[in-house]
Design a protein around this ligand. Structure first.
Ligand code: PFF
Length: 459
């Protein structure tokens, strides 16, 4: 099968670019990028810290108000230029915007370095559930899993898997993997949510998760966390969606795709909450959720699965398989941002680019594998601060800077229904996103500074 590709525009120096095979290929790969550890591991501990339902409410508002317009910004730039982030920003903004492209690549590099470590823990839990079962003392066992040579080995194993898929290419690697993996993940999570509903004592979990405490809504930390998490979960602020959209033909309706991707991502996070909270509350394990922010899910859930005996083992296996599947499809997109930039900027072949950057990321990730505090620090800097910074820059770029009419770009391929709301979307991009994200950036900076000081033992 020869992949479809764009005809090289006449007189253009751009080589023909590989395109997605089908519309669903793109949508599922983008949903695959969005749905990942962020929806289950990060979402549940941030939601728990943010008071459950209060966080959830703000999170929904942030997805609709900031997430979807920002996703449209990235998709538009990718589809318009058919280039990876550095080249795309250079083409539409001039040389002065290249540093933003570099920040995107750095962010992808850093996020994948620790993301792969957590994915490694996930694979290990899945493998144990399938062979020896969950360990009786979940806390102590997490300590073993998240340290030393075995954490490094599972992290590197996961990197090899990610490299293998990205190396093969957009259609045969990324698209094919997403078409099989994403529907399986959704089915597993839905099945688990139905099962959790029938657990005795799950009501308390639903109450925590679904009934907001108005006081918490006023808390700026919850607002900042909800925004940061919306960006992380939707894979925004580092050019991942931009890169995937660069493999789209010019007449694709981006609006429909942006809404579909965002709904699917929220749906999975919401459903994951419907599994995690009832299980944790039904077994009275709520304290362990706040005990270790990074490890919350990896201590409380295996603890719950052990107490449930044989059924817990099967359910646990399914849960960690789903989590691992989500992780791999997201890791693919993180690696693709870095890989495609190497291909476009230096003319390196896909195979060598994927292997080369993959190895470097694997090496940097070893630090996170050996030290979960370091992992938390890189997450605060790259997974939070850099994404917020990147999101802010992207909104300003599309709203005010780029050498193309944003209204016209948004309207290209759009259905009649969407065309009507383009002025509103543009208003959000120009006037609402920059100030709101700038405020969040300010708090995010403070937060990262606190993390940096804490890491170095400065208070
Ligand atoms: N969205 C992914 C998740 O929720 O797990 C993580 C992620 C992937 C973030 C790709 C950013 C990105 F560019």
């Amino acid at each position: 099968m020869t992949p479809s590709s764009t005809p090289s525009p006449e007189g253009s120096a751009k080589p023909a670019r590989e395109l997605w095979g089908t519309r669903w290929g793109f949508v599922l790969a983008a949903v695959g990028s969005a749905v990942g550890l962020g929806n289950m591991w990060r979402f549940s501990y941030i939601a728990a810290e943010g008071g459950g339902a209060a966080f959830l409410l703000l999170y929904i508002v942030m997805i609709a108000l900031l997430g979807i317009p920002l996703m449209l910004c990235e998709l538009t730039v990718g589809r318009k230029t058919h280039l990876s982030p550095i080249g795309a920003l250079r083409e539409l903004g001039g040389k002065g915007w290249v540093p933003l492209g570099l920040l995107f690549v750095l962010t992808g590099f850093l996020i994948l370095s620790y993301y792969s470590v957590i994915a490694g823990w996930t694979l290990r839990y899945a493998a144990e559930a399938a062979t020896v079962g969950f360990a009786p003392d979940a806390g102590a066992h997490f300590g073993e899993i998240a340290a030393g040579g075995s954490a490094v080995a599972w992290h590197l194993g996961f990197m090899v898997l990610t490299i293998a898929i990205v190396m093969v290419g957009v259609q045969k690697g990324i698209e094919r993997a997403a078409l099989v993996l994403m529907p399986s993940l959704m089915l597993i999570i839905l099945g688990l949510a139905v099962w959790a509903f029938f657990l005795e004592g799950s009501a308390e979990g639903y109450a925590f998760y679904l009934m907001p405490d108005v006081g918490e809504l006023m808390d700026t930390t919850v607002l900042v966390q909800a925004t940061g998490q919306a960006l992380f979960s939707l894979s925004l602020g580092m050019g991942a969606m931009l890169t995937f959209a660069s493999y789209l033909s010019r007449d694709t309706d981006l609006n429909q795709e942006a809404v579909t991707i965002s709904f699917a991502d929220f749906g999975v996070a919401f459903a994951a909450g419907l599994v995690v909270f009832p299980v944790i509350f039904a077994l009275g394990l709520q304290d362990s959720v706040t005990e270790s922010t990074v490890g919350a899910l990896f201590i409380s859930l295996p603890g719950a699965f052990v107490e449930m005996g044989a059924a817990g083992r099967i359910i646990g296996l399914l849960f960690f398989v789903a989590l691992g599947v989500g992780a791999i499809t997201s890791a693919i997109s993180l690696l693709e941002v870095v890989t495609s930039s190497m291909i476009d900027e230096f003319g390196i072949g896909r195979r060598n680019a994927a292997i080369g950057v993959g190895i470097l990321i694997g090496i940097v990730g070893i630090f996170s594998a050996l030290n979960t505090d370091f992992l938390g620090l890189v997450d605060a800097i790259a997974g939070d601060l850099f994404l917020v910074l990147g999101g802010l820059a992207m909104a300003i770029f599309v709203g005010w800077i780029m050498k193309a009419d944003p209204a016209q770009e948004l309207a290209r391929g759009a259905g009649e229904g969407f065309k009507v709301i383009i002025p509103t979307v543009l208003f959000l991009i120009r006037f609402v996103l920059p100030p709101v994200i700038a405020i969040v950036l300010f708090f995010s900076l403070q937060n990262s500074w606190i993390e940096v000081r804490a890491f170095f033992g400065l208070g």
